[in-house]
Design a protein around this ligand. Structure first.
Ligand SMILES: [Zn+2]
Length: 360
């Protein structure tokens, strides 16, 4: 289904009100859906808290003309910025989603350290999923500038620990590209991921959506080196948690299917061309064999010891005759010219001579 540019614009909106909170006791993330401020207000005040670690201030809800959201009942100074808030909200959203998606015996942890004393590793994936088999998957959200060298170092560490990673670029790092509809300027981390042959995904915790970047407007190729990309938005709930591939969006599947289809078509074309070349070569060999075993060749070789240049040279026009030139030239020479000097012959005599020699 095609998506209009308004879906992309809504996804890149900088709405900064808090729409995620957490249960005070269980720690489970909660989302405030549009239009539900009044409905959840009492529960929010009694049981929920804001996502900032260690913030104990009371929260409530507000709705009306603005996006329904949470707010602190008293003024609170949080460390960090809206980048930090988006990051916390994304982590909470992904943890809740992963817990729903992963099988019930998988363990989902937010902000887990992976410690490996030997390698002196201390990396903290934003969300870490561990399956009963021991297989691990990290979901990493980047709202801050994340230089390619830092990315490579973190990726290398996670590779060494055999942890699969899905990287998600924060939506505020992506801007519309005014040159084309639904197009965006590729953020720095996006270029890094594309260069590493990965899909480039964008997260928005307010709309609960995941964007996928493609190298073309029809979403048939992965982003490679371009500075402009096309963005398609999927609901997080339509995405799949794959132990081997991480977070898989419907758009990723669409792009991968298109790439596979194009590869199959190219392989098919190459096979067709090879078959044609082989058939042509086979036909050429057959025609050469027909000449080598022919009566006409035995005659000229008896007379001249080899085939004269005059008979070998191809004519400008092949007359659609199914024999190599030296063969049919020799057949005509033998039938119409040899020992017949001074006699006339017509074009029809040529066709008859070729027919007698079984040349089509
Ligand atoms: Zn707070």
């Amino acid at each position: 289904m095609e998506q209009g540019p308004e879906a992309v614009a809504a996804f890149l909106d900088r709405e900064s009100r808090q729409v995620w909170a957490r249960h005070r006791i269980t720690g489970e993330p909660v989302f405030i859906a549009p239009g539900t401020a009044a409905e959840v207000r009492r529960t929010a005040r009694a049981e929920w808290t804001c996502l900032v670690p260690e913030c104990e201030e009371l929260i409530s809800t507000r709705g009306g003309s603005k996006r329904d959201h949470f707010f602190h009942v008293t003024a609170v100074e949080h460390p960090g910025s809206s980048k930090g808030a988006n990051h916390l909200a994304s982590k909470a959203m992904l943890a809740r989603w992963a817990a729903q998606e992963a099988s019930s015996d998988a363990v989902v942890v937010e902000g887990q350290s992976i410690k490996n004393v030997e390698l002196e590793l201390n990396r903290r994936p934003d969300v870490l999923v561990t399956w009963p088999t021991g297989q691990r998957l990290a979901l990493e959200v980047e709202y801050k500038h994340f230089p390619a060298e830092l990315w490579a170092a973190k990726q290398t560490d996670l590779d060494r620990e055999e942890v699969t990673v899905t990287w998600l670029v924060g939506h505020t790092r992506v801007q519309l590209d005014p040159k084309f509809a639904s197009a965006v300027r590729v953020p720095a981390l996006g270029r890094t991921l594309a260069a590493a042959d990965r899909h480039v995904l964008v997260i928005n915790p307010v709309t609960r959506q995941i964007g996928t970047l493609a190298g073309d407007r029809r979403f048939t190729t992965r982003l490679k080196w371009e500075s402009t990309a096309w963005l398609r938005v999927d609901e997080l709930d339509a995405c799949v948690l794959d132990p081997d591939r991480g977070l898989v969006t419907p758009t990723m599947r669409r792009i991968d299917a298109a790439i596979k289809g194009a590869a199959r078509a190219a392989a098919g074309e190459a096979a067709d061309e090879r078959a044609i070349e082989e058939a042509l070569e086979e036909e050429e060999n057959r025609r050469r064999a027909a000449w080598l075993t022919s009566r006409a060749r035995r005659l000229v070789h008896r007379v001249w010891g080899n085939s004269p240049r005059l008979l070998i040279d191809p004519s400008d026009n092949d007359w659609a005759i199914e024999a190599i030139p030296v063969y049919w030239h020799t057949v005509l020479y033998e039938a119409l010219i040899y020992n017949r000097l001074g006699r006339d012959f017509a074009l029809d005599d040529c066709w008859t001579a070729l027919r007698v020699a079984s040349i089509t």
